[in-house]
Design a protein around this ligand. Structure first.
Ligand SMILES: [Zn+2]
Length: 384
């Protein structure tokens, strides 16, 4: 039987639905993905292919075939206010993983590798399934790595996404410890008979400086477990979470979030990058249009070069601006956003420079490339 420590009530006042629940649990740095129609189409197609392949290799969880999993999925469905039972498949794998996505009609699609099911207790599995349903309910996009800039941020966005999904998992099972215990078991692959999980002792191991410092190029998609556990525990104190659990009081949400965001950004320089990610994207967009546009009209070909690099939404924005206000105005915008990044980390500034240089390699106009790079060095100094 599933017996969470504090079962969340199901009558909300005023009544809310699954997406509203996810919205309230969303970590603010986990930005809602903006997908342009072409990216959305690519994504839907990728999900459809994945679904077809999983249907061929896995077994769909159902009352008759997998009664325990089915019972747990139904419980997660109920607690997360979903109106429809999600499609859940179990596939054989030597790994211990679970993942979820959203199909084009918006319904969740969850895949559990067999070891996850075998290893976890009912309440831990409920927490992990709910975490995955959280990814789907929060509309976490599969990293749109169609252009170099969005590829760069996919990992950072997904770190923030884990924080949100953890909250959904915690809400469903009623305790940060349950989800964390499940995650520890998935990391070491040991069953209950071999483990006496004392969360603090296990987490201490990760706090050793050598284990915390990420490698130069390592951009982890999952923030470390001690942080995730702490962030869940801290969020559980917030008035928003307390009210979702039908309890009065709690620490003001803004105060809790400020703490969590501070620590999230301090996790490593790579994660700190997240805050400036939109700004970097914007800066590269302004510099990019200056580099590729030969005049105010911005030709179709120039637009295409830019869209391949910074995505269509930004391309539409900056080219419309240039047509209306001219290249000189765009140059002022570029200088302004470079100015905003002047105090960003060395790594961030180096990245802006590298991205602009990379776009330069795709552009013909040598003179423009030099001019644009000069704007960057004027703002940041010479790169190393
Ligand atoms: Zn996750």
């Amino acid at each position: 039987m599933i017996e969470p420590k504090s079962p969340p009530p199901l009558a909300f006042e005023p009544p809310i639905d699954h997406s509203e629940l996810c919205a309230r649990l969303r970590f603010p740095l986990d930005e809602v993905a903006r997908l342009d129609p072409a990216a959305q189409e690519r994504r839907d197609k990728a999900v459809q292919e994945l679904r077809t392949s999983i249907r061929r290799q896995g077994v769909r969880a159902s009352r008759r075939v997998t009664p325990r999993i089915h019972r747990i999925v139904c419980e997660a469905t109920r607690r997360l206010l979903l109106t429809q039972e999600p499609e859940v498949y179990v596939v054989a794998s030597p790994e211990l993983n679970a993942f979820a996505t959203t199909t084009s009609d918006g319904s969740p699609f969850v895949v559990l590798q067999n070891g996850v099911v075998q290893l976890l207790s009912d309440d831990e599995l409920l927490a992990v399934v709910a975490h995955e349903l959280g990814h789907s309910g929060l509309k976490h996009a599969v990293g749109d790595d169609e252009n170099p800039v969005s590829y760069l941020y996919a990992a950072h966005r997904s770190s923030a996404g884990e924080v949100s999904a953890d909250r959904v998992g915690m809400f469903a099972c009623g305790s940060p410890a349950t989800l964390t215990r499940g995650l520890i078991k998935l990391q070491c692959g040991l069953p209950d008979s071999e483990l006496r999980i004392d969360i603090d002792t296990v987490l201490e191991q990760y706090l050793h400086p050598e284990n915390v410092a990420p490698g130069e190029d390592q951009i982890g998609s999952h923030p470390e477990l001690p942080f995730r556990y702490w962030a869940m525990t801290r969020f559980a104190e917030s008035d928003i979470y307390q009210s979702l659990c039908g309890r009065p009081g709690g620490v003001p949400f803004a105060q809790v979030e400020a703490d969590i965001e501070d620590r999230f950004q301090a996790l490593d320089e790579g994660l700190a990058f997240l805050v400036t990610s939109e700004l970097v994207h914007e800066t590269v967009a302004w510099l990019g249009v200056l580099m590729v546009a030969s005049d105010e009209q911005v030709s179709e070909l120039e637009r295409r070069v830019l869209a391949e690099f910074i995505g269509r939404i930004w391309t539409d924005d900056v080219t419309a601006f240039v047509r209306r206000n001219g290249l000189a105005a765009a140059r002022r915008r570029a200088e302004k956003s470079l100015e905003n990044l002047r105090h960003a980390s060395l790594r961030t500034r180096q990245r802006v420079y590298d991205l602009v240089r990379e776009l330069g390699n795709r552009s013909e106009n040598r003179e423009r490339i030099e001019e644009t790079l000069a704007l960057v060095t004027a703002a940041f100094g010479q790169p190393e």
